[in-house]
Design a binder for this molecule. Structure first.
Ligand SMILES: [Ca+2]
Ligand SMILES: [Ca+2]
Length: 258
């Protein structure tokens, strides 16, 4: 029958399709074609793309952090190096050229020449050459100063502390600008002013004007030296001594304004 043939024909039409498609329905063909289309894309499924994107983003962020950390470390190293360099230059300048006061009083900026140490408004020079009191004093005058005159407990404290560092042994004491060579027992500073009896720092049993040690100097001991290497009790470290004995000395002069 034509209708059946038509139907058969329909079946035959279906058969080649079924054979070609290996028993897969036409809908499967469509699916297969979709699968083939997907073939090029499957590795790039949305989930994987998202994961890769997030992974890439994390890597990118991690790289940025590492770069920032490295830059920070380099910056810190540069700042530290700069600070050390500036500090060394300041120390070097202070040690080798001149000393200056960091906190000026009354707006005055004071300084001392090379080799002198500043304290308050004065400059001090610790002479390491050993000489008699008179020769030591002449040396201080040549430098524009004089042997030190101690005007306050604070000044005595400063000098006593400095000598602790500078003295090499117990007798390595320093001349100061005090003498009674004009008249025994009348102590006078190098500027001619009398010793203030309320501001003295004699060591115990001093001054004793001892004559036993100095056959060449029957006058006794008329010049004053100071210092205790291990530190002085209550700052008391003045000793009268024969003026002819060679000693180191402390010179003093006023600081200069800059
Ligand atoms: Ca004396
Ligand atoms: Ca003495």
């Amino acid at each position: 029958m034509p209708e059946e043939e038509v139907t058969y024909a329909d079946v035959r039409f279906k058969t080649p399709k079924a054979t070609d498609a290996a028993a897969s329905p036409s809908s499967d063909d469509t699916t297969y074609s979709e699968v083939r289309i997907l073939k090029s894309d499957p590795p790039v499924s949305p989930n994987i793309i998202q994961q890769q994107t997030e992974s890439n983003r994390k890597c990118h962020v991690t790289s940025k952090k590492a770069a920032l950390l490295l830059l920070s470390l380099l910056l810190v190293a540069a700042v530290v190096t700069l600070g050390v360099t500036i500090s060394n230059k300041m120390v070097s300048r202070r040690n080798h050229t001149e000393s200056e006061n960091d906190q000026p009083e009354d707006g005055k900026h004071l300084k001392c020449a090379a080799g002198w140490e500043i304290h308050g408004e004065k400059c001090y020079y610790f002479t390491t050459t050993k000489s008699s009191w008179n020769v030591s004093r002449a040396g201080c005058k040549d430098k524009g100063g004089d042997l030190v005159k101690i005007d306050s407990r604070e000044e005595q404290k400063f000098l006593e502390a400095r000598l602790r560092d500078k003295m090499e042994e117990a007798e390595d004491k320093f001349w100061i600008g005090l003498t009674d060579s004009e008249e025994e027992g009348r102590w006078v500073w190098v500027d001619g002013s009398p010793l203030d009896t309320g501001l003295t720092f004699w060591h115990i049993k001093e001054p004793d004007d001892w004559k036993g040690e100095n056959r060449e100097n029957p006058k006794g001991e008329d010049c004053v030296r100071m210092g205790e290497r291990g530190g002085a009790a209550d700052l008391k470290c003045w000793f009268d001594k024969s003026c002819n004995v060679p000693h180191k000395s402390i010179c003093e002069k006023s600081a200069e304004t800059r």
